[in-house]
Design a protein around this ligand. Structure first.
Ligand code: NAG
Ligand code: NAG
Ligand code: NAG
Ligand code: NAG
Length: 322
């Protein structure tokens, strides 16, 4: 080998020292960040199940870290920015001041109480999120669904007459006014407000039977302290922007409920989502009227893909019914 000139040798030497410093410095800070992340996550979400949903995973952790508190509370008001996004969903004509006043009234009537337990190292919160897909028909999932600590149903989601396939237990019922049903006194109502009127509706239905129909609320322990979870509209925006990358007009109730369950549970089993085996999108409690019913203004395919991704990454269990 020919001798290299001294200058060249020095250059190579410095190059290696410099490269080493870079690698050590950045490498370390990278490892440190990853370590802090996992440390943070382990601490805040350690649970007593064999496998906890929130164990550190870069993909899920990034999505979850962007999340606001899912429920409104006295200390967690909606900002005007979010209000302006939210009011476009259903062309709310109310202004922010009016919205604020309505929320104040609600907190006055329903003292804020979040109907779920926080994560804890000695709890294993198992959840069944039950959608209304026709793929539940003939599934015999009833007993399996009832086996979970928390059973979340949505919109009409009836159990009477469908016990064999959907079970009997409902600890949380997610709905918005247009899809409300009677709740029994062991079920928490989770209200998805899409406009200020929906909040007014809650106040009305608490104080009177609503519009001659039989919609009204009964409280789980005969005590309004234990009823209500007001879904935070900022959470809706988060699901739309961060999870769905703004696809569709706004997220479906089912998808929002699933993302909400990631906050409430250590283990999530999903039932009754997606099309049935004939690719029809219908409800288990209705005779199929429209073949190949589309998913409306929701990004159904995008939502379904994300659910499959959660399933593939073993974050959730997914029961298709077929
Ligand atoms: C994590 O848990 C350990 C031990 O339980 C505790 O000492 C530490 O302060 C916790 N850290 C955070 C960020 O909560
Ligand atoms: C907001 O709406 C209420 C009633 O709908 C009205 O009385 C009030 O003047 C409005 N406030 C603003 C700031 O526009
Ligand atoms: C709405 O309520 C929040 C919290 O009390 C307050 O900070 C904000 O100024 C209010 N905005 C309006 C327009 O009333
Ligand atoms: C809940 O409803 C059941 C039957 O509908 C009734 O027997 C029970 O007393 C109620 N519990 C409370 C706390 O209201």
């Amino acid at each position: 080998v020919k001798m290299l000139p001294l200058k060249m040798k020095l250059f190579i030497l410095f190059f290696f020292i410099f490269a080493t410093i870079i690698v050590v410095f950045y490498g370390n800070s990278y490892i440190l960040t990853a370590y802090q992340h996992s440390f943070f996550y382990r601490n805040t979400s350690l649970c007593a199940c064999d496998k906890c949903l929130m164990e550190y995973d870069p993909w899920l952790s990034e999505l979850m870290e962007a999340s606001p508190e899912p429920f409104l509370s006295v200390t967690n008001y909606m900002s005007e920015d979010i209000f302006n996004w939210w009011k476009r969903i259903q062309r709310d004509k109310r202004n922010y001041t009016f919205y604020n006043k309505t929320v104040d009234k609600i907190f006055h009537i329903f003292p804020p109480n979040v109907g779920f337990t926080r994560p804890s190292p000695d709890l294993c919160r198992t959840c069944a999120v039950v959608g209304n897909s026709g793929n539940l028909m003939g599934s015999f999932y009833g007993p399996l669904i009832d086996f979970h600590d928390i059973v979340i149903r949505m919109n009409r989601g009836p159990t009477k007459g469908f016990e064999r396939d959907v079970g009997t237990k409902t600890t949380h019922h997610v709905m918005y006014p247009h899809s409300s049903t009677n709740l029994d006194n062991t079920t928490y109502l989770v209200l998805f407000p899409f406009k200020t009127y929906d909040l007014e509706w809650l106040i009305q239905s608490f104080t009177q039977r609503y519009g001659g129909s039989n919609i009204f609320y009964v409280y789980p322990t005969g005590n309004k302290q234990h009823l209500d979870c007001h879904y935070n509209p900022a959470f809706m925006k988060y699901v739309h922007h961060v999870w769905l990358k703004r696809k569709g007009k706004y997220p479906s109730t089912g998808f929002m409920t699933l993302i909400l369950s990631l906050h409430m549970c250590d283990e999530v089993s999903v039932f009754g989502f997606g099309a049935d085996r004939n690719r029809n999108w219908n409800h288990y409690y209705e005779k199929l009227k429209v073949k190949r019913l589309r998913t409306g203004h929701h990004a159904g395919n995008e939502e379904y893909k994300l659910i499959e991704e959660l399933y593939k990454k073993e974050k959730i269990l997914f029961f298709r019914g077929w």
